[in-house]
Design a protein around this ligand. Structure first.
Ligand code: AKG
Ligand code: FE2
Length: 342
């Protein structure tokens, strides 16, 4: 929901700047993380048959070169400016065709975060229509309850196409949600006893991430269930951001129990982690820079419980807004700022 007004503004700017006579459609919205080592060589954004619908791009920088990361400079092959050093809040817009060949140099330190949108003139590639169809699918019965039970949704893990020569690099990649949890000092454990054996070939470990999960920390298991790995990560990152700044008065009796990990669960967690992270050291090198130190802090159960309820309250507000906007969105077949709950 916080992205809806930003998408709207970016779309208007692109339409204005390029003097579009017809309304554009958002083809894809991506909240992107460029970890240490990430880069992209010279390319245009419509350089594959399946990307030809892309007419314009807008990249909004969410953090800054020289402060949050090093490297990660944007370059245009021709024309001015030839180099853009990302600064939080700045946006670059360009046509997606070969008039704007560009590249991003390797991120050498930290994590570079962007919000990237592509726009199309072709209504059949409208992202909003697709989002609305999936929201409508889960809201047919009781909207608030059923949308709550299917959000957050994990992105598809076959969004990217890798050329054959890069495929082996992709094979050595790790699950970024699990890796982020690892550097923050947390592990996941499945709630399904049948599926506890992650190495069991009948049980695809990647599908486990879409199902309900427990969280483990420092040899202990937290007895609350999360919807999927993205939900776990949202709460854990919120805890690291806010939890340790809470005043004693903000802490109540903890509602989540902690039990020691059994030897067998400990082994299963280890197994699953090996499958998801593959190379723990590589994951730590790539992500540790920004978050590693926080895993040294000890776990504060009361702060964690307070943060879990705060996060629930926050997501419930967003959910309410979404459910109230849904009839308007459906009528217009697009997402826009429809209601204001203040
Ligand atoms: O993040 C940037 O500065 C540009 C990203 C880009 O070129 C792309 O995603 O195609
Ligand atoms: Fe690009």
């Amino acid at each position: 929901m916080p992205l809806v007004p930003i998408r709207e503004r970016l779309k208007e700017k692109v339409e204005d700047h390029f003097g579009c006579e017809y309304e554009l459609f958002v083809e894809f919205t991506g909240l992107m993380s460029w970890c240490k080592g990430a880069s992209i060589g010279w390319h245009s954004d419509d350089n594959r048959d399946y990307l030809k619908q892309r007419d314009f791009a807008a990249v909004c920088y969410l953090n800054s070169y020289g402060m949050d990361f090093d490297g990660g400079l944007f370059h245009f092959q021709d024309g001015e400016p030839s180099t853009v050093a990302p600064l939080a809040g700045d946006v670059i817009i360009y046509t997606a065709d070969n008039r704007n060949i560009h590249s991003v140099s390797e991120v050498s330190e930290g994590e570079r975060i962007t919000l990237t949108l592509w726009f199309s003139r072709d209504a059949s590639h409208d992202e909003d229509a697709k989002l609305l169809a999936s929201l409508s699918d889960c809201s047919l019965t009781s909207p608030t309850h059923s949308i709550a039970s299917c959000l957050p949704v994990l992105a598809s893990n076959n969004m990217y196409w890798f050329p054959p020569e890069e495929a082996s690099r992709f094979q050595s990649g790790f699950d970024i949600c699990s890796a982020r949890l690892h550097v923050l000092g947390f592990d996941i454990s499945t709630t399904d006893e049948e599926c506890l054996s992650a190495s069991d070939s009948a049980c695809n470990f990647l599908t486990l991430l879409k199902e309900s999960l427990y969280l483990a920390c420092g040899g202990e298991l937290l007895t609350c269930q999360f919807l999927n790995i993205l939900h776990v990560l949202q709460v854990v990152q919120f805890y690291h951001w806010k939890g340790l700044q809470l005043e004693p008065a903000e802490l109540k009796e903890p509602s989540i129990n902690i039990i020691p990990l059994s030897e067998s669960r400990r082994n299963k967690i280890r197994c699953l982690k090996a499958l998801l992270l593959k190379d723990v050291q590589l994951a730590e090198t790539l992500l540790g820079q920004t978050t590693g130190k926080s895993s040294q802090r000890s776990f504060d159960r009361r702060a964690f419980c307070a943060v879990v309820s705060e996060w629930e309250a926050y997501t419930f507000r967003l959910l309410k807004e979404m459910v109230m906007s849904l009839p308007c969105w459906r009528a217009h077949q697009s997402l826009f700022t429809a209601v204001n709950l203040d």
